[in-house]
Design a protein around this ligand. Sequence first.
Ligand SMILES: [Zn+2]
Length: 335
Amino acid sequence: MLKIDSHTHILPGQLPRWTEKFGYGNFIHLEPGRPGFARMMQGDRFFREIASNCWDETERIEEYAQFNTQVQVVCTIPVMFSYNAKPHDALEIGQFLNDHLSELVARHPRHYVALATVPMQDSDLAIQELKRAKANGHVGVQIGSNINGLNLSEPQFFPFFKACADEGMAVMIHPWNMMGKQEMEKYWLPWLVGMPAETSRAACSLIFGGVLERLPHLRVMLSHAGGSFLTTLGRVEHGFNCRPDLVAIDNPVNPREYVGKFWVDSITHDADLLRYILALQGSKRVCLGTDYPFPLGDLEVGAFIEEMGLAPEVVDDLFAGAALEWLDLDRKQFV
Ligand SMILES: [Zn+2]
């Protein structure tokens, strides 16, 4: 059975010292750590320790084989987005990361599929890099749930989404730059509370702003099972109905109409929640995802799905069919 993990992160083994090169900012670089690990540094500040499976392509393929999973959809770590850098500097960082992924896919076309990163703070440059990445083998792009605090409904982002639809590039929305982070650092709340809210913020912005309505061919995936969007859908719909003067000002279509038109991943850590999401979305719109190699991820690569007693065709959709549709790829290229 073909298994495609639609949500994984990877970095090159080495990163340039962009802070020194550009002469400002706190760009991420890697420093050696204990054996098998590296320290991600944000300027002088320690950001996170990562293990070798964050950059070692062969180790990753071997680790995935233990879970009978052949294909990893790879994208960068959101801290690398660099949306607050000068646009051309963010473009340079994006090109470095995207070229690394292009080379990775060229080396292992049956194991890796690439999503690019682009400088969303400048839509023209973002579209330029989107097209370059596509020409170099990327099949989509990963963007943040907000762009320097701006919602994805802002008109400046529409040309980018239109380009994604026109170019047939899939879009993965990943939470980052979490709202309220400064007020809730304790208990890891930015990750546990802020991240699901960020994804719902992105979903509501794309729906209420009319982006999904105006671009029906745009193929969007909302990570972490749509964050809190699908679990609060009743509230969102009720708000649309009871206060259209606040909610329905840019798009008159009920938000529930869009359920099943975008994709989500399976990262729920909860079989009952996944059943609910499958009932809402349909199995063609729920992709196996893990957030590998990070600790909040489903690092057994969907083992809980195999224990749910789902029909074989539903499992096949979850493990491969939904992702192939989202990414517009042919199953044959992996066999
Ligand atoms: Zn992730």
